[in-house]
Design a protein around this ligand. Structure first.
Ligand code: HEM
Length: 241
């Protein structure tokens, strides 16, 4: 009698790739919105109000930001849960993996290992950031964010998160492209090199963009430190909000 095929490992693989792809799209988009501070206070304030739904509903609903943070947190939890299947489960497996890696000396195996380590670090770094966004959605803006980053010393969290998340996202997309991309066995060697180069450039771009915005938030935060806690009032507004 033919054995029934177990489709669950394939489904879980697909779900892991799908959640990973969504998260990478999210973080790459997030970087552009969050770096609106490079265009000035007004621009960042406008983006903040857009996410609070003000341009659509006429007044801000910070709860929308909490809802977005909750969805991202759930996606991360699902993605991490599925990834846990592939982590070494005990010391013996860990030792075997190390021996295997030393013998192979293959770039993709090393990248997989970097993926495991950055993924592990993201458990802590991403949760800390998302928790703040989740519980204080109304505390985002040119001054609120800069005060948190400078006076609240969140730049330490963001500098580490920036590096770790972009390395993780870059390697993740490279692995997705190699796994699901339409390459023949003959051409995959050529594509491997090209995709890797493209991703090095993309990661470098996001690291530069993130560093430039982080430095801008820190500079605004340092200047605003004596008034930390006071909100930004846009030039077109008639009163405090
Ligand atoms: C809905 C969810 C999210 C929202 C609303 C959000 C919003 C923000 C905001 C407003 C900032 C500016 C600093 C601040 O106000 O504290 C920021 C910075 C940052 N966020 Fe998020 N974030 C979200 C999710 C994430 C996730 C899931 C990651 C990565 C795993 C992430 C990574 C970062 C990094 C690295 C920075 C610093 C960027 C820089 O160096 O310029 N964020 N985020």
């Amino acid at each position: 009698m033919p054995q029934k095929l177990n489709r669950w490992p394939a489904r879980m693989d697909l779900l892991q790739s799908g959640t990973g792809l969504l998260l990478v799209m999210f973080i790459w988009g997030h970087m552009f919105f969050e770096s609106s501070i490079l265009l000035g206070h007004e621009a960042m304030y406008w983006v903040t109000r857009m996410f609070e739904g003000e341009h659509l509903f006429g007044r801000p609903y910070p709860l929308l930001v909490s809802a977005a943070a909750a969805i991202v947190l759930l996606l991360i939890a699902l993605h991490a849960l599925l990834a846990l299947r592939k982590f070494p489960a005990n010391y013996r497996q860990y030792q075997r993996m190390n021996t295997h890696m030393a013998a192979m000396r293959h770039m993709d195996t090393t990248l997989w290992y970097v993926q495991v380590i950055t993924g592990f670090l993201l458990f802590f770094l991403a949760s800390a950031h998302l928790l703040v966004v989740l519980v204080q959605p109304d505390n985002i803006g040119p001054y609120a964010s800069s005060d948190r980053i400078w006076s609240g010393r969140f730049w330490i969290l963001y500098a580490s998160l920036l590096l770790v998340v972009h390395v993780h996202a870059g390697i993740g997309i490279y692995r997705l492209a190699m796994k699901w991309g339409p390459f023949s066995a003959a051409s995959s060697g050529l594509w491997r090199g090209r995709i890797r180069l493209a991703l090095y450039c993309i990661v470098a771009f996001y690291l530069c963009l993130g560093t430039a915005s982080l430095i801008t938030y820190m500079r605004i935060g340092a200047e605003h430190a004596p008034y930390a806690g006071e909100r930004y009032v846009p030039t077109h507004a008639s009163g405090a909000h």
